[in-house]
Design a protein. Sequence first.
Length: 330
Amino acid sequence: MKALVFDKSGIDNLKYTDYEDPKIGPNDVLIRVKYAGVNPVDYYTVTRLNVKPIPHIPGVEFAGEVEKVGEKVTKVKPGDKVTIYGRIFDGTCDMCMVGYETLCRNGGRIGVDTNGGWSEYIAVEEKYVFKLPNEFSWELGSSITVSALTAYHALKEANLKPGETLVVFGASGNTGMFAVQLGKKFGAKVIAVSRKSWLKNFGADIVVGYDEVEEKVKEFTNGKMADVVIDSLGGKLWNKGFSVVGVKGRIVTFGTLLGAEVSLNLSELYSKHISILGVNRGNRKDFVELLELCKDCKVKTHRVYKLEEGKEALKELFNEKRDGRIFLST
């Protein structure tokens, strides 16, 4: 089969080449990949993370059709439209036993700790494979594994309630566009912090710029400020996020694209009873719920590249003119 492969870190080392066809065992599903998302995790996979196996195929988000199944597989059949739950879990550690597979003590990530979906085919154990509802486009199906799941898990961990105000920083990004839509499904009022007006069509009550966010949130909430703030960007915008959270508010963070180091005013933290939550993807229960909840979710697509254009797709990820998600199509 054809695949995007690298044998040492660096975008220039990513090659479109022949790779051994995956073999399936009795519990495995062979998937013919149709679409794969291009995610910051993929960029880090190619440029800095310790991966296995080597040579390595990246790709943490993908969807496709079942090509073949092992003899013990019962959940899916050839021709089914599927996506994957991308966290590797053993099902026996203390985290798995309480339903937190995303924090499995012995876990990992498909696409990082195993080969990923930037290839024509991939073999995946049945427990990670889920049928996609007919309503799902390939773009949506290949966004569920990380982008949508992370947003959904973040809102659940924050216990976002109907009528509360949610502020989403990086609202036009891979995860942000889903945080906006899912926030509305939770019954919240949503303020999207972005320069992209199309977020109004994704459910945002208002879209505000970074330079005016404090003023606009104060005006929108009559001075109460936000109940929940989603920060998927990190250091550079941390202080702005902290400035718009209200009394007993919750800040949820899961990204460091703009820096991992921040300063923190502890007196403001405890005097306002603010909670800071770190999250990482989501659990299988979240994933199953999301497949039902997100049937009508939208995806803003910037560009679809061919698989052999993977190097260009990765470089485009951090282009300031990017407007929406980037995908690879096989």
